[in-house]
Ligand binder design. Structure first.
Ligand code: HEC
Length: 272
């Protein structure tokens, strides 16, 4: 295992340079370059490190209540991790709220383990040696859904409400540039600078985009979760910072996750 990881990390560094070089020449070369290092890393994605640490954290006795997360109910019963991510977000009776994976983990870490909510939120996105437990836990839980088809249900009235709200936010224009998500993600074959923009209203693109998060971002050397993806797009949209775990973030996730239904989940993935 360790050898495989080391090989993966070395390759990540070695392959980054040619990828940067091609990025400067042409878009198609960039895309090919990224494809190429994805292939090379297929059996050694550095995300493995986050998954392993997350599994350890899931099982570790922590917090003032000295408990592990092994009784945490992610929607399929206490402790069931397998396939749980493919059915999230969902309505949880015990909180009376639709929750995505991250808000649910936060709920368990606070309720079951007695950890400090504000501290977890402050460290939701790690940087270098300041590692995020949340990112590691998300990597572990999502890895247990790899290969399983997305199956988000919109049956409970609160789930319907969340989906409708997510759809509304997707088309809502505002901010200094009058952008909506749809401005950048509502048409096919668009791109900004050198990055292809998925058309999130197209079934295939939406499925590919959603099922490949979380992802190890080579450009950041970090594993990033879906809450981070939305946070960063709010920034690109020149909107106020997206509050971590807010109803708005969960609504957008519900909208995008449901639209990915039927596709096999394929993350933690690898992105530029
Ligand atoms: C100003 C343009 C812009 C706006 C507005 C924008 N995004 Fe993005 N989005 C991007 C770019 C650029 C990327 C690709 C970034 C990269 O490759 O690093 C991206 C990537 C994504 C991805 C991941 C796609 C993938 O295949 O990995 C998702 C999901 C996403 N955006 C959702 C949203 C949502 C939801 C909104 C509205 C809140 C939004 N975006 C608003 C520019 C935008």
């Amino acid at each position: 295992m360790f050898r495989k990881l080391v090989k993966g990390c070395l390759l990540a560094t070695a392959c980054l340079l040619p990828a940067i070089a091609t990025a400067q020449s042409a878009q198609s070369d960039t895309v090919k370059g990224i494809e190429r290092y994805r292939e090379l890393l297929a059996d050694g994605n550095p995300a493995d490190l986050w998954e392993a640490r997350g599994e350890g954290l899931w099982k570790e006795t922590r917090g003032s209540k000295k408990a592990s997360l092994e009784t945490c109910d992610l929607g399929k019963g206490p402790g069931v991790v397998k396939g749980a991510y493919t059915e999230l977000p969902r309505y949880f009776k015990d909180t009376g709220r639709v929750m995505d994976l991250e808000t649910r983990l936060l709920h368990c870490m606070v309720g079951i383990q007695g950890l400090d909510e504000a501290a977890i939120k402050r460290n939701a996105f790690g940087a270098g040696t300041n590692r995020s437990d949340m990112e590691a836990l998300v990597a572990y839980v999502t890895s247990e859904s790899k290969g399983i088809k997305m199956k988000v249900s919109i049956v409970h009235p609160r789930e319907k409400e969340s989906y409708a709200m997510g759809e509304k936010i997707f088309f809502y224009r505002g901010g200094s540039h009058d952008f909506a998500c749809a401005t950048c993600h509502g048409e096919s074959d668009k791109r900004i600078r050198l990055q292809d923009l998925p058309n999130l209203l197209d079934k295939k693109d939406a499925q590919r985009a959603y099922t490949t998060w979380p992802a190890y971002r080579v450009s950041q050397g970090e594993l990033r979760t879906f809450q981070w993806r939305l946070f960063d797009c709010f920034r690109q949209q020149r909107f106020p910072a997206l509050e971590y775990g807010s109803d708005a973030s969960i609504a957008l996730t519900t909208f995008l996750a449901k639209n990915a239904n039927g596709a096999a989940f394929n993350a933690p993935a690898l992105k530029r």
